[in-house]
Design a protein around this ligand. Structure first.
Ligand code: KIV
Length: 282
């Protein structure tokens, strides 16, 4: 379903209108198409692809070229939702110059509308430089998967007063640096609410409670396609994996028993052609 393309201004307006923003991840063409058909506002081509598509233990092994490859596929399917391209680990951490260059590559080669990067106060100058180069940026604070090992693992963040205050400061620094919205991951629900109140741009939560401006989930988690582990904040809206395995087992069974392919799956040949063919190959 091709609707009017969603822009960063539409996303910002949603917060003003009190309309919740819906965001999901996608990594390929069919999920790009389905995102539009479901009417979601934002599609994130997340570096979570490292875990749910490539089978890595985390997101740090994902490269710029892999991100561009997957962004291109999603862009071909998704024409309405705003498309966010995730900047992989070390694509923006070394220098501001490289950060701008790599953010530009995600847009020019991949075709996404905006980029996302992880980090708060420390990355505000980088964010500001990318925004000044004309590339809209979405922030990502709280649990930042690329630096999960430095945070002590995939754990809830902002547990004590000092840590919680620091995350609010991260949000304010990103707003001042010019991000159009912020993702907040794995923080206590009351902290999620305080962060959303502290800034005027939309705050989209993943494990940040219900009082933020929108919600994002990793699609493969929410449809039960990736079930190696399911974080506490994930609701599974479907169980796709058993359905797929069942279909594959039935296919195997039908091939073995020769009940597939049936006549309706086969191309026919005129009797006369067949007779002639048999004569000339004899
Ligand atoms: O890469 C990703 O999918 C993300 C989400 C967890 C927000 O960053």
């Amino acid at each position: 379903m091709i609707g009017k393309k969603i822009t960063i201004n539409d996303i910002k307006q949603s917060k003003i209108d009190g309309k919740k923003i819906v965001m999901m991840t996608a990594y390929d063409y069919p999920f790009g198409l389905m995102a539009d058909e479901a009417g979601v506002d934002i599609v994130l081509v997340g570096d979570s692809l490292g875990m749910v598509v490539m089978g890595l233990e985390g997101t740090v092994g994902v490269t710029m070229d892999q991100m561009i490859h997957h962004i291109k596929a999603v862009v071909r399917g998704c024409k309405t939702a705003l498309i966010v391209g995730d900047m992989p680990f070390m694509s923006y951490n070394i220098s501001i110059c490289e950060a701008i260059k790599n953010a530009g590559r995600l847009m020019t080669e991949g075709g996404c509308d905006v980029v996302k990067l992880e980090g708060g106060v420390d990355f505000a100058p980088t964010v500001n430089a990318i925004v000044k180069a004309g590339i809209p940026v979405q922030g990502h604070i709280g649990l930042t998967p690329q630096t999960a090992s430095a945070l002590g693992g995939f754990k809830m963040q902002g547990k004590d007063t000092k840590a919680a205050k620091r995350i609010i400061e991260d949000a304010k620094a990103l707003e001042d640096a010019g991000v159009f919205s912020i993702i907040v991951e794995a923080v206590p629900a009351p902290l999620g609410e305080l962060i959303a109140q502290a800034v005027s741009i939309p705050v989209i939560g993943i494990g940040a409670g219900s009082m933020v401006d929108g919600q994002v989930l990793v699609t493969h988690d929410m449809i039960g396609l990736f079930d190696k582990f399911v974080p506490k904040f994930v609701k599974q809206y479907a169980q796709i994996r058993p359905t797929i395995i069942e279909a594959l087992k039935t296919f195997k069974e039908e091939v073995a028993t020769e009940s597939f392919p049936a006549a309706e799956h086969c191309f026919s040949m005129p009797e006369k052609t067949l007779e002639e063919l048999k004569k000339i190959i004899d």
